[in-house]
Design a protein around this ligand. Structure first.
Ligand SMILES: NC(=O)c1ccc[n+]([C@@H]2O[C@H](COP(=O)([O-])OP(=O)(O)OC[C@H]3O[C@@H](n4cnc5c(N)ncnc54)[C@H](OP(=O)(O)O)[C@@H]3O)[C@@H](O)[C@H]2O)c1
Length: 274
């Protein structure tokens, strides 16, 4: 499958690396990337063809992946509606840009409809991502399968039933790794405050998180039950959880994630206003 990336940064690197592991041919991949040093690194690392700007060869592909920053997409798409207008025919266009709506991308591409919006998260960089996917109605089963196969190369995929919910996906799993890091940092700081050195605090905090997440992932019982099992009446865990509840941490998390979803909608409005 011939695949071209617009943008050769973190996300393109994660996807190319993941797809190569899954047996995709890197010889059939191209990257449009303006920075020479980045192009050289991509060619050295993966052997992909790189070019500084969109050209006809780059558009000779079946899938075009928009992997530039959301605010760079409109400019990056201009050659496709200008000099290379005739070269955009039946390609499936995948956007991994946070917040950008398919309606805006479609409009910037002259009412192009073969579009899938993808919201990966940063663990994609190590193949442990989670990507929410939403396809424009014109994308058929084959296009949806292709999108899923590509994003599966960097982790799990989940189809989302409405584009509106993509802002919620961004708020939960897109921004989510930062919430997890925030919690790990706080646990590290707490460990240090209890007298451990930096390295030991890091190990205690990260490995506790990894172990608990793996246990939760097994999914035999709800997470609330797992929590209750660690929480003996009058014990140490209960003392901590009572203190968390008294500080309103649960409500604060809900409010924070809602703030992220609201910000996602605002960014979508701002980016799509022209
Ligand atoms: N990183 C993640 O984990 C993650 C997670 C979810 C979604 N995403 C989305 O993935 C997209 C890419 O993110 P990223 O972290 O990979 O960004 P990045 O590392 O900044 O990569 C984007 C690359 O595209 C280049 N570029 C800029 N304008 C271009 C153009 N007109 N044509 C071709 N390439 C162009 C940039 O060059 P310059 O540096 O010169 O601008 C940069 O090298 C974003 O839209 C982001 O929302 C990323």
């Amino acid at each position: 499958m011939k695949i071209t990336f617009l943008g050769g940064g973190n996300m393109a690197n994660a996807l190319i690396g993941g797809m190569r592991k899954q047996g995709f041919s890197v010889a059939a991949m191209q990257v449009v990337e303006p920075i020479e040093e980045t192009r050289e690194k991509l060619t050295e690392k993966f052997g992909v063809r790189c070019c500084a700007a969109v050209d006809a060869a780059a558009l000779n592909c079946e899938v075009l992946i928009l992997a530039v920053k959301p605010q760079q997409i409109k400019a990056a798409l201009e050659p496709l509606t200008g000099q290379f207008r005739d070269h955009l025919a039946n390609q499936l266009v995948l956007s991994v840009a946070a917040g950008l709506r398919l309606g805006d991308i479609s409009r910037w591409l002259g009412d192009y409809q073969q579009l899938v919006r993808c919201m990966p998260n940063t663990p994609a960089l190590i193949g442990a991502g989670l990507t929410g996917l939403f396809a424009a109605p014109a994308v058929g089963r084959e296009g949806r399968n292709t999108a899923e196969k590509i994003m599966s190369a960097v982790g799990m995929t989940l189809w989302i039933e409405s584009e509106e919910k993509m802002d919620a996906v961004t708020a939960v799993s897109g921004s989510g790794p930062a919430y997890v890091f925030y919690f790990i940092e706080a646990l590290e700081q707490a460990a240090q405050a209890l007298g451990f050195d930096v390295a030991t605090s890091r190990t205690l905090a990260i490995e506790t998180f990894v172990g608990a997440a793996k246990l939760a992932e097994q999914g035999h019982v709800p997470v609330s039950v797992l929590r209750e099992r660690v929480t003996s009446k009058g014990g140490t865990t209960e003392a901590a959880l009572n203190s968390f509840n008294a500080s309103g941490i649960n409500a604060a998390i809900l409010k924070g994630v809602q703030a992220a979803a609201t910000r996602g909608r605002e960014l979508g409005d701002e980016m799509g206003k022209d």
